[in-house]
Design a protein around this ligand. Structure first.
Ligand code: HEM
Length: 469
């Protein structure tokens, strides 16, 4: 068996604990000791090889997807997203479903979501009283959830968005439970999910009816997963029954989508894909917005350049798709936010066959990854890496393998262009109508938050209306 790159010799349980307690400190300590390539071992998992050399990352992204399997590497999410999620598929089925989904994320499609994005931001501004403290993190999550429900799910009235939004929000909070994550990783995720819904949920219902719902392990999570499944099934059924061809939302497009052989997606596939886009696209974009607005409010120089650009591009008129594309400085702020505060810590691939990466012959079965937290703070790639400096992205695009907030290769985030567009629209709409003032709080950091990375606090702030609004 070929030797794996060096790494800590602690017992896998100890390495896992170190990672769970302080993930970034653990990975930085490994980098300091072993350099750009090292192997860590966690209990119940294959060895994980970290690469923080752009050339090696490029090799991984360009390797045949048959060999570097993202679906298998993401299998710990199966209990949450369902077996038909794009994130969990590999090979031909992944290629086919990705093709079916891709057309929903074309430039024109994304531009057609502009009004929904502006409306969601106005809705938040209209219900927020100037001078009253609120959580920026929660506000951004509400806006991005509204956007997903409208643009992806086509839930354009209050009844539909309530029916879907409520259980989905609860599910996101409950799925962050580390014990559930551990069971989803150690056992077969699809079976764990099935058991929760079919066996645990009914018991939890009976116990809840006598006020003992909380005594059933995973009872609340199981009931919530079942409620989400039912709400999604009902929503898809209603969508199929109504005439959907003319509607612009992603679900309507997917219902009509056919592959080369004329086959479409089943209701179960649709359910898992919709849940994936919701889970993948809601909190991650909200985290980007929270950190971007936090930086903007702390740095008058950035704020001045961003508002001057906005005035120059829109000349006081409405925000159009063309104007959004021309907001280069605001886009650079978003990209720099993703460098330092991206909501995911890299990507995962599992080797289905031996593969040489860099100087190492890796055996079948190992997991390959890179931590974007470590890579994006490498001073050889990013001078003064801890400085927030949007100018880095104004005149140059980073080379593949240096900047990975959206992963890469054939698995690059499907919602990347939508997320960048949405973040620009929300920031621009907010800047035109309000000023945000952060309230005293401990320094804001990026921390592990459920399955994502997120802000270390709720980010309390108050809003001041701009004079013209
Ligand atoms: C700032 C926001 C976002 C970030 C940081 C982000 C990040 C990521 C990352 C790192 C991956 C894995 C890529 C890889 O393995 O190489 C991914 C995959 C994915 N993302 Fe996103 N994402 C964001 C927003 C969105 C949005 C808005 C949607 C959809 C509405 C979305 C849908 C997906 C899907 C479907 C995949 C699976 C792609 C595949 O396996 O082929 N994401 N995302």
């Amino acid at each position: 068996m070929p030797a794996l790159p060096p790494g800590p010799s602690d017992h896998p349980a100890v390495q896992m604990l170190r990672y769970l307690r302080e993930p970034f400190a653990f990975l930085e300590a490994c980098t300091a000791q072993y350099g750009d390539v090292f192997t860590v071992r966690y209990l119940g998992m294959p060895p994980i090889v970290y690469f923080h050399d752009p050339e090696a990352i490029r090799e991984v992204f360009s390797s045949p997807s048959e060999m570097t399997r993202a679906g298998e590497a993401n299998s710990h999410l199966k209990f949450l997203l369902g077996p038909g999620s794009l994130l969990l598929l590999d090979s031909k089925r992944h290629e086919r479903e990705r093709r079916l989904l891709m057309s929903s994320f074309s430039g024109d499609r994304i531009a057609s979501y502009l009004d929904s994005m502006v409306t969601a931001t106005h809705r938040f501004l209209d219900r927020t009283k100037p001078g009253e403290a609120f959580s920026l993190r929660d506000a951004m999550q509400t806006i991005t959830l509204d956007v997903i429900l409208s643009c992806i799910f086509g839930a354009d009235d209050e009844r539909r968005s309530e029916a879907l939004g409520k259980p989905l929000k609860r599910l996101m909070a409950l799925a962050a439970n580390p014990a559930a994550m551990a069971c989803g990783t150690l056992f077969d995720g699809a079976k764990f999910r099935q058991r929760l819904i079919a066996n645990v949920a009914p018991v939890a219902d009976r116990m809840a009816s006598v006020g003992l719902g909380r005594t059933v392990p995973f009872g609340e999570l199981a009931r919530c997963m079942r409620d989400v499944q039912e709400a999604l099934r009902e929503h898809i059924r209603e969508h199929r029954a109504s005439r959907t061809e003319d509607r612009p939302d992603v679900l309507s497009m997917l219902i009509g989508a056919r592959d080369e052989e004329g086959h479409g997606l089943s209701d179960d596939d649709l359910r898992d894909e919709m849940l994936t886009m919701l889970v993948g696209g809601h909190e991650s974009t909200a985290t980007t917005l929270t950190f971007a607005l936090h930086e903007l409010s702390a740095r008058p120089d950035l704020m001045e350049t961003a508002t001057a650009e906005l005035e120059r591009v829109t000349r006081g008129g409405p925000l159009t798709p063309k104007a959004v594309r021309e907001l280069r400085y605001i886009e650079a702020i978003i990209r720099e936010t993703l460098r330092l505060y991206g909501a995911t810590n890299g990507f995962g691939r599992k080797l289905a066959a031996p593969l040489r990466v860099g100087d190492f012959d890796l055996p079948e079965g190992v997991l390959i990854t890179a931590s974007s937290y470590v890579l994006h703070r490498n001073p050889r790639l990013w001078p003064e890496p801890h400085r927030f400096e949007p100018e880095r992205f104004l005149d140059k695009r980073p080379r593949l393998g240096e900047y990975i907030p959206f992963g890469g290769g054939s698995r690059t985030c499907l919602g990347m262009n939508m997320a960048l567009f949405e973040a620009k629209v929300v920031v621009a709409t907010l800047l035109r109508r309000a000023k945000l003032h952060m309230q005293p709080a401990p320094p804001l950091r990026l921390v592990q938050s459920g399955i994502f990375l997120g802000p270390s606090s709720s980010v309390p702030c108050v809003l001041e209306r701009q004079p013209s609004t």
